[in-house]
Design a binder for this molecule. Sequence first.
Ligand code: AMP
Ligand code: FE
Ligand code: FE
Ligand code: ZN
Length: 291
Amino acid sequence: MHPAAGAPRIDMHTHSAASDGTDSPEALIAAAVAAGLTVIALTDHDTTAGWAGAAAVLPPGLILVPGAEVSCMVIDRDRRVSVHLLAYLFDRAEPVFAAARARLRTERLDRGRRIVAALSDGGVPIGWDDIHALAGGAPIGRPHIARALVAAGAAGTVQEAFTTLLHPTSPYYRRKQDLEATEAVRLVRAAGGVSVFAHPRARRRGRVVSDDVIHELADAGLGGLEVDHTDHDDEDRAQLRRLAAQLGLVTTGSSDYHGTNKTVRLGAETTAPWAYEAICAQGTGAQVITA
Ligand code: AMP
Ligand code: FE
Ligand code: FE
Ligand code: ZN
């Protein structure tokens, strides 16, 4: 269970209750210690609100990489595809990227309201106030709505809510206006950050992009591809590794931990030290945080 002393264990993608995870930032750090991690990146959706709480409780020997996961879209062969971009080591005060994150949070609130209204109109009444309370000020994500659906008995589990009422093909699903992905890569760069395309082949969530899009993002300054992720099979990983090598991109691995909103455990997938160091070498907007 515990790695050899001193062996690096690097998880570059995790969520706290500052977005749609269930562990507070402080509890996430405690869980990282228990999982034997040496590096943890906190990448809450569209917010940096968890950085301070996590930083405040860091023990010696654990490095915190400040980050975020931003919701993006891209038009690929005339079809809209939703994609997630991980951003690391950016300057959170840089105004253009900060304004983009603020807009995405407002979109989440509005989209959450629209989904809840559609569900209520369709005879699945769940209370907006309960969801708002559950989120506790975090940007609203479908996991918050999923938990309300479970509490109301409209879904058996969070997972089930995602494959039924909250799936993109559901009549109750509503879209938000996400950042255009190429633009997002440029914004992260301009804020001194490094961007990594999160779970690029996660087909269960919906459509995925063609390699052409990944080429375009690389041209715009993308830093890496998240290759080792539970939503990728062996073939996906092999293809992504080849593509990354071809484009000179770093490859990462991470759990995408969300506490009890998902079953994956912290450190279930990890990033190689060379890739972590390459990201640190490219990020100039913020520094990694240590005790
Ligand atoms: P949203 O960003 O509000 O559209 O919701 C997407 C989020 O829902 C992702 O970041 C995941 O945290 C979560 N998610 C997606 N699919 C599932 C699933 N099958 N089970 C639990 N959580 C999921
Ligand atoms: Fe999430
Ligand atoms: Fe994601
Ligand atoms: Zn994530």
